[in-house]
Design a protein around this ligand. Structure first.
Ligand code: MN
Length: 270
């Protein structure tokens, strides 16, 4: 939740006792709830992703994204895929743009960039979390999967990288995380997505095409690795990386994303 910091500081002012009690209980999510009797001064919307074929929604806590997780994409970004440990960045949870299947949603061309890139990715949603989760138990945390786009202001990302500054402005802007409905694991005949085609076209022309089995770090390894750096929680989602041949779009372009076994996701840049 993007309001965690604000709520925590409000809590600290309002009720030091409540915060201390929650901390002793070791209950990270409980400490984010308003203390009893306190009153939020304005409503804050929780980001959710609809769950396919139900009226239920998945509340989004954090969006993690892995960088350079397909060999050929790592090479096109100028890094060595054999040597580098995984690395992650975050987008704010309200960067989600839900894209219903069977439609083409308008996606706003963002400010400040002249080189706006697509990255098609398998999105993994967690309903369990923890710290130091072993790889062989990591998939137990997975609620389901969706198709997503990690939209990127590439010129700004590169400029910041060149200056050894954070990528934030290139990756973590409004509407930068289009995503389709979540498909619960229980509804997936093929089980976890460990192989299968992932592709993206622009105006009907194929741009990205690879197989999920070409990830450098598997979904289980990503969850395990992330959980060493951050305690994971229900509601966290992970963008699991993009294959090679990322590229630019301009207003009027239509991006269509496909992952075998999931409905396509399409957006029109406006
Ligand atoms: Mn990406």
């Amino acid at each position: 939740m993007k309001d965690t910091t604000n709520r925590r500081s409000a809590l600290l002012k309002a009720s030091g006792i409540a915060v201390a009690a929650a901390s002793f209980a070791g209950c990270g999510t409980a400490s984010q709830q308003p203390a009893r009797g306190s009153r939020e001064i304005f409503p804050l919307k929780t980001t959710t992703i609809p769950i396919a074929n139900t009226d239920a929604v998945f509340p989004v806590r954090r969006i993690y994204c892995i960088g350079r997780n397909y060999r050929a994409h790592a090479i096109e970004m100028g890094s060595n895929p054999d040597r580098e440990p995984p690395f992650f960045f975050q987008k704010p949870s309200d960067a989600i743009q839900f894209v219903p299947p069977g439609s083409i949603s308008d996606h706003p061309y963002p400010s400040l960039t002249k080189n706006y890139h697509y990255e098609v990715e398998l999105v993994v949603a967690l309903h369990k979390g923890g710290k130091n989760i072993p790889t062989d138990r990591a998939l137990d945390c997975v609620f389901g999967y969706a198709v997503g786009l990690d939209m990127t202001r590439r010129d700004l990302q590169r400029a910041m990288g060149d200056q050894k500054k954070p990528w934030e402005i290139g990756k973590s802007f409004d509407s930068s995380a289009p995503v389709g409905p979540l498909h619960p694991l229980a509804s997936l005949v093929g089980g976890h997505f460990q192989k299968g085609e992932i592709s993206l076209s622009v105006n009907g022309q194929t741009k990205q095409k690879a197989d999920l089995n070409m990830m450098i770090w598997s979904v289980a390894e990503q969850i395990s690795n992330l959980s060493q750096a951050f305690e994971l929680h229900p509601g966290d989602i992970i963008y699991s990386g993009t294959p090679e041949n990322v590229g630019p779009v301009v207003p009027g372009d239509v991006i269509a994303c496909h992952i075998a076994g999931l409905p396509s996701l399409s957006v029109r840049i406006v």
